[in-house]
Design a protein around this ligand. Sequence first.
Ligand SMILES: [Zn+2]
Length: 216
Amino acid sequence: MFLKIFLLLFYMEFEKIKDEKNYLEFNLINSNETLANTIRRTIITSVPVFAADKIEIIENDSPMYDETIAHRIAMIPFTYSDNYIKKDKCECKGKGCNKCTVTLIVKKKGKANVYSGDFKSSDKNIVPVSNNILITKLEENMNFEIEISVILGTQKEHSKFQNSIASFSYDNPDKITFKIKSISGRNAKDILLASIDILKEKLSEFENQIRQKNSK
Ligand SMILES: [Zn+2]
């Protein structure tokens, strides 16, 4: 009931301007800045995407320091799948299992360059968004072997989990133009829909609290 009233109060229309894989632009008609900002903040703080969690350097003969390699890998965006849950909410209690963690292995011997495309993933649906990110260069007979754990996270936890650049503007508060540019492996419309699911979930938790308080 509470949820219905809330949605009626915030009745608004969606008017699509541009809908591409990594970019969504739309107008919010009959809306207001507060609601637009709520959606924007939910996108920024709460919509998860994949990034490297732990990077184990097994062997690194390359001229690059282990820390530099780990930092480069942490910045790589990965593709997205709905089949995983956040590690901190997983039944493995943060140990890491196949419901919350994807493992990628990189093993290469020089003379060669190591690229993000060399990562062998435990799930073919979770891989770096680009194959051409250079990790390091190997000379003759240099070995390179690392293992990467990739998990879901939000920007609130770490900037490496930033999903998009979301912003809005208006000349007239009744018609707000909203833009979402994905910089992760999750597409822009999916990011918007996920933010609305999160808001609905928060509101229904709130509704339940009110109901429980009333029944006491
Ligand atoms: Zn788990």
